[in-house]
Every structure is written in structure tokens, then in C-alpha cells.
Design a protein around this ligand. Structure first.
Ligand SMILES: Cc1cc2nc3c(=O)[nH]c(=O)nc-3n(C[C@H](O)[C@H](O)[C@H](O)COP(=O)(O)OP(=O)(O)OC[C@H]3O[C@@H](n4cnc5c(N)ncnc54)[C@H](O)[C@@H]3O)c2cc1C
Length: 442
């Protein structure tokens, strides 16, 4: 009889998990609520939607995100295929046309003979069925309550925000210039808005005094590091702004001048009509967002198609709840994947879906597997979020610091990349008696 798995949530993690299991002959019932009920940041009915930035971060072999993406490629990631098929200019970042990206994933899922997409909200967990919960940081309230029952009311959260997107035709190109993300490359793909010291100080004052959407008292200050709203950074330190989202880097303009500060815009869609603000996550009220951004040179007539918003991100206390197979310790049929496990970011969530699916496949076949080790980014993230020493888990993005690689002084600058690739190849070899990776039965 064909093996069967329920997956709740067709986001990045849920789609990756469904794709891997279906390619291995498992019948997947993939539940998704968004066509009936969208959360505040979802815009389309397509699956695997990118809710904020349109990049899957650095492509560099020396960067943690580049290393993780290489591991995903070795593991036949659907999300990575979708990104490469829909890549748009983004300098060293893998930037994608967000609409094409989600359409690619939706097509692969809907046309797979082993995947049954069921458009409904799951509010109760069926413990009799092997199930992956991949309902993400904005899990619906009903399901959230059900998860709390299972976890003994222990659910954690942090605050995250998204950045505004504007139309290209509303930018005055007489006042801006093109450069790359970090320097003045002639073929630069980022739009730069230069600010002198006076303009920078005035802009910071606007951010500091901006009216924001009120947070409930218990929500205050629990931001995810690296995703702080711009107005919050402005209140903390000008220096952080100048070393972060408003950094002038080496962004020399056409006249050979380095501005005091620079705001950058990144292409957002394949037809090159939309641009998003780099590092400008915000919780400022919408009319205020428009008014303040209009003070930037070249944006006097800007047309915002998506405002920045802030959201509560839920996740579970994985070290307490899950074993290293991402399986609930007390309910062996139930697995978790994606951002809800405490990993943070698009690629971290997607890769977690792959690892959970492999573990589910092992469980269905009654096979015990060794998890990828911390020589790989996937193994290091898994180790981090399930490590019982982390009493109260804080969400984790991929980074070189969590890797366990002995020879850190090795000569090759690609040492971590090579080590991680070797580790993932070893892992794939170890599971090839029951899991097919890199092939599909679509
Ligand atoms: C405001 C905000 C901004 C973010 N910005 C970025 C960013 O710029 N870069 C980045 O790398 N990461 C960002 N993230 C973090 C994170 O990487 C993404 O949220 C990512 O989409 C997580 O993938 P996932 O598959 O775990 O969850 P999701 O992609 O959210 O997928 C979960 C799916 O489950 C569905 N669902 C929920 N409840 C139910 C239910 N009861 N029944 C059926 N279906 C259900 C949802 O509709 C959704 O489609 C952001 C998160 C938020 C909230």
C-alpha cells in the first residue's frame, strides 16, 4: 500500500517536504489555507510565497547563505530550482522575481501525481496520521492553540517586519545613480539615493519621530536581531545606520564622490517595474511611511505598492519538544519543519523542510539515520535548534559560527564550503538505501 503523509502549510518548508516525499513515492496530502484566508502579509494564492525581501541572500562560496544553498542544491531543493529559474539581477545576492518563483513552485506541486493539494485550514492535529507541521511563523490561531495543547502551552515569539516596495517609474532618475550592493561597479544593479550629512540627520529625525503602529506591552522589544525596524535602529544609533542600511560603503557616484549615506533599492520583479528598499523593515504607520520616504532625493513622487508591516513570528521551543529527527518526542507521528521550529529565514526554512522529509521517510521505512553533522550548515542548524542546552530557544539564521569544522586555519578560502559539501554527500550516501535525492518521479 502507498505510504501517506499529511503536511500542514504549503510555504517554503511544506513544499520542499512535499516534493521530496512525493518524489519518493509517498502520497502527500498538502493542506494550505491561504486561498480561503490570507494573513496580513500574504498577497497571492500561489504556494511558497516570499513575504518580504526577494533575495535568497549571498551566492558567495565564502558566505553561510552560499554554503547552505549549495547543500540545498545537492539535496535537489525545489525552492532553489525555482529561484534559479526566476533569477533577476541582484549583484552577489540570489534575487528572484517573487511572482515567477511562487508560480514555478505551485506548478510543480499541483502537477505532481503524488501530491493532493487540499485548500483548507487545519485546526486540529490528527495524531493517528504521520504529519509534518510546516505552518510557519504566522500559523493560524486555531492551529496555534492546538499546537499549544501539544507543547504544554509553551509557544514563543519574536517580532519581524517587512520593507516597502515601490514602482520604478515613480523614481526621479536625475537624482539617483546605479551601483552594486557594496561598491561603485559600473554595471551596478542597485539604485542608490545619496544623502549628505544634513539630509541624513533630517531623515534620522523623521524616522525617530515617526508614528508607529502600537505594540502590546508584552510584545515590546522582542525583535529578531538583524531584522530590526529602521525606526528602531534610528532611535538606537546613527552609527549603526551608517554601518548598516544607510551605509555609504564604496558607493561612489558618477562624479566620483562618496556620499555621506546611501539608501539602496533592489529590483523586485522580472519585468523590472518594482523595487524594494534594502534593509528598510518598518512598523511606521502607512501614511507616515509615504511622507517620510518622499523626503528622500528622487522619491518625491513615489508610488508604494506594498507598505512595510510588522508581525509576530511564532515558533516552538524545539529543544524541549523535538528530537534531532525534528519529531515530537511524545508523539512520534508528528514532525515539524520550517520557521516554526526556530530556524529563521527563507533558505533556513526551506532546507529544514528537506531534512524533515528525509526523517519522515526514514520513520515510514522504520530506519534509524544519522543526521548530517555540524560540518554542514543544515546539520549545524538542526543541532542548534534541537540542542537541549538551549533552554529557551532563540531563532537562528545560518552563519559560519555554528559550524563545527576542525581545520579553521586551512589554506583554502573555500574550506567551509568544501567541508559542508563533503558532509552532505556523505549524508546522501548514507540514506540512499531508502531515499532518492536528485531524481524525481514527477
Ligand atoms: C513579516 C515577515 C517578514 C519576513 N521577511 C523575511 C525576509 O525578508 N527574508 C527571509 O529570509 N525571511 C523572512 N521572513 C522569515 C521566514 O523566512 C519566512 O516567514 C518563511 O516564509 C518561512 O517559511 P515556512 O515554510 O516555515 O512558513 P511560510 O512560508 O509562512 O508557510 C507556511 C504556510 O502555512 C499556511 N498555514 C498556516 N496555518 C495553516 C493552517 N492552520 N492550515 C493550513 N495552512 C496553514 C500559511 O498560509 C503558509 O502558506 C519573514 C517573516 C515574516 C513574518
Amino acid at each position: 500500500m502507498q505510504k501517506e503523509v499529511n503536511i500542514i502549510g504549503a510555504g517554503l518548508a511544506g513544499c520542499e517536504a512535499a516534493y521530496l516525499l512525493a518524489n519518493n513515492g509517498v502520497k502527500v496530502n498538502l493542506f494550505e489555507v491561504k486561498s480561503l484566508m490570507k494573513n496580513d502579509i500574504q498577497k497571492t494564492n500561489d504556494l511558497g510565497e516570499l513575504v518580504c525581501s526577494n533575495t535568497l541572500r549571498s551566492k558567495s562560496k565564502k558566505n553561510a547563505a552560499g554554503i547552505l544553498k549549495n547543500e540545498m542544491k545537492l539535496l535537489n531543493s525545489l525552492v532553489l530550482k525555482a529561484a534559479l529559474e526566476n533569477e533577476i539581477p541582484g549583484d552577489d545576492a540570489l534575487s528572484v522575481d517573487r511572482f515567477g518563483f511562487s508560480k514555478y513552485i505551485t506548478g510543480k506541486i499541483k502537477n505532481h501525481k503524488n501530491i493532493n493539494l487540499i485548500e483548507q485550514e487545519v485546526s486540529e492535529i490528527d495524531y493517528t496520521k504521520v504529519t509534518i507541521i510546516a505552518s510557519g511563523p504566522l500559523t493560524t490561531d486555531k492551529l496555534g492553540k492546538n499546537i499549544e495543547l501539544m507543547t504544554g502551552n509553551e509557544k514563543l515569539f519574536f517580532l519581524d517586519a517587512s520593507a516597502p516596495i515601490i514602482t520604478k517609474d515613480s523614481i526621479d532618475f536625475n537624482k539617483v545613480y546605479w551601483a552594486s550592493r557594496h561598491n561603485d561597479a559600473k554595471d551596478g544593479q542597485y539604485i542608490c539615493m545619496p544623502l549628505n550629512e544634513e539630509q541624513f540627520n533630517a531623515f534620522v529625525e523623521e524616522l525617530k519621530n515617526a508614528e508607529t503602529i502600537k505594540l502590546k506591552s508584552f510584545e515590546k522589544e522582542i525583535y529578531f536581531k538583524g531584522c530590526q525596524p529602521i525606526e528602531q535602529i534610528a532611535k538606537t544609533s546613527k552609527k549603526v545606520l551608517l554601518n548598516g542600511p544607510l551605509s555609504p560603503n564604496n558607493l561612489i557616484d558618477e562624479n566620483g564622490n562618496t556620499p555621506f549615506a546611501v539608501v539602496q533599492l533592489r529590483q523586485d520583479d522580472a519585468i523590472d517595474s518594482l523595487y524594494n528598499f534594502v534593509g528598510f523593515q518598518t512598523n511606521i504607520k502607512w501614511p507616515e511611511q509615504k511622507r517620510i520616504l518622499q523626503t528622500l532625493p528622487g522619491l518625491e513622487n513615489l508610488n508604494i505598492v506594498r507598505f512595510g508591516v510588522m508581525h509576530k513570528n511564532y515558533y516552538i521551543n524545539s529543544p524541549k519538544l523535538l528530537n534531532r529527527s525534528l519529531q515530537v518526542k511524545r508523539n512520534k507521528n508528528i514532525f515539524f519543519a520550517g520557521q516554526i521550529t526556530g530556524v529563521e529565514g527563507y533558505i533556513e526554512s526551506a532546507s529544514s523542510g528537506i531534512l524533515t522529509a528525509i526523517n519522515v521517510l526514514a520513520y515510514l521505512n522504520n530506519i534509524k539515520i544519522e543526521q548530517p553533522s555540524r560540518k554542514s550548515m543544515l546539520g549545524a542548524l538542526n543541532f542548534y535548534i534541537t540542542n537541549p542546552k538551549h533552554d529557551k530557544l532563540k531563532p537562528m539564521k545560518c552563519n559560519l559560527g555554528i559550524l563545527d569544522q576542525q581545520n579553521k586555519n586551512a589554506k583554502s578560502e573555500f574550506y567551509s564550503f568544501d567541508e559542508s559539501e563533503r558532509e552532505i554527500r556523505r549524508f546522501i550516501k548514507g540514506i540512499n538505501n531508502f531515499a532518492k535525492i536528485g531524481e524525481s518521479n514527477e
